[in-house]
Design a protein around this ligand. Structure first.
Ligand code: AMP
Length: 362
């Protein structure tokens, strides 16, 4: 849908009040937009940096209707926005990324089917709706395999590596939810592409980052990824193709595995995130335009900002009480500290991150 660019002074509505919403709100404010955050949690980190907020359930049709009347465009910071919520808001205001991006990415079977139909390599997979499907699913994926809930999984929750059909049955019983079985990909490196696509269909892809996880949570992203230059270019191409196939608007995170066969490298796409992405936080300090600003530009119908990186970058997440080390971190003048303003540093909770940029020599 072609649309006039939103002028500064317009209001961006954000569903979800976590750190991603907070960083989108900060970027929007810098461009002169007002921000209204909608989230059921009264202690949302994004509320502190937004001019207005609504505390209400995502199923509260009246509150959603009021919110829609106060904003000029709606976006979100998490992919589990209920379909009905998206529908109510989408009737009143432009919603970016759109309902198709949401429905495709919030269900792992729909997502992998879409990718396969778009000609993208994914792990062999099969839907598992009941325990009776497991045998046929294993015939498709082989063993070992990974059983994942179709919906609502994150940071390794709702997934289990299984080596036998008995383990698969036990995991399925434990999840008690429709699932997907995926072949185990013997990857060497995990990488991601951060793609941004404007309303005018201009598409840009940031440099590919390499992701290292600890306890299933992203710990560090390094730019550029330690893979061949050709593989990096192929990963960016893949990101662009996926955004185009979805006719996407906004920032899209594309997580991929790099498999090394002999001397070659091959890419297998694991997951899409229809939102700004943790592995793109380096762009705040290491790129000409951050992923957050580019998301705002995209959904406001503005031209995109350049995505060139200004050097090599490391982004380290501060998880749980690691955020208590802020004084030591800021005593390093090269470290750019970002804290999310969360009160309780629970184990496994993302509290902030640190970017370190080694600028290119002039
Ligand atoms: P996901 O929730 O799909 O992002 O998966 C979380 C993590 O589990 C990934 O970052 C991988 O490290 C691992 N993983 C997920 N799927 C597979 C797979 N099919 N093969 C090997 N490792 C996987």
């Amino acid at each position: 849908m072609a649309r006039d660019p939103l002028p500064p002074g317009s209001t961006i509505g954000i569903l979800g009040g976590g750190q991603l919403g907070r960083m989108v709100a900060l970027a929007a404010a810098r461009l002169g937009f007002h921000v209204h955050v909608y989230c059921p949690d009264p202690s949302s980190p994004a509320f502190e940096v937004a001019g207005a907020h609504t505390i209400a359930a995502y199923e509260d049709a009246e509150a959603l209707d009021r919110f829609a009347g106060l904003v000029d465009v709606v976006t979100y910071e998490f992919e589990n926005v209920p379909a009905r919520t998206a529908e109510i808001l989408g009737l009143r205001q432009p919603l970016y990324p759109d309902a198709r991006a949401l429905s495709t990415t919030q269900d792992r079977v729909f997502e992998k089917t879409f990718l396969r139909e778009a000609g993208v390599d994914v792990a062999p997979f099969a839907a598992v709706d009941s325990a009776d499907d497991l045998e046929a699913a294993i015939a498709v994926t082989g063993l070992p395999a990974i059983l994942k809930t179709r919906r609502f999984g994150y940071d390794g929750k709702g997934q289990a590596k299984v080596a036998t059909i008995e383990e698969a049955r036990a995991a399925f019983r434990h999840f008690a939810s429709p699932a997907i079985l995926e072949g185990f990909v013997p990857f060497a490196v995990e990488v991601s592409a951060i793609v941004v696509r404007g309303i005018g269909r201009e598409t840009l892809v940031y440099e590919i980052g390499e992701n290292r996880h600890e306890h299933h949570i992203l710990k560090e992203t390094t730019i550029p990824a330690g893979i061949g230059a050709e593989t990096r270019a192929a990963a960016r191409d893949l990101g662009r193709r996926i955004a185009e196939a979805l006719d996407y608007v906004g920032v899209l995170g594309v997580e991929m595995f790099v498999v090394r066969d002999g001397a070659g490298e091959r890419l297998v796409v694991n997951e899409l995130a229809p939102r700004v992405h943790n592995s793109g936080h380096w762009t705040e300090d290491g790129a000409v335009t951050s992923q957050f600003e580019n998301h705002v530009r995209a959904i406001a119908g503005w031209p995109l900002g350049a995505v060139d990186r200004i050097g090599d970058v490391s982004m380290v997440n501060l998880i749980g009480d690691e955020a208590h080390d802020y004084a030591a971190i800021v005593s390093d003048p090269q470290a750019r500290l970002h804290l999310y303003g969360k009160a309780a540093a629970r184990p496994g909770r993302k509290m902030g991150h640190v970017n370190r940029v080694t600028p290119f020599a002039r």
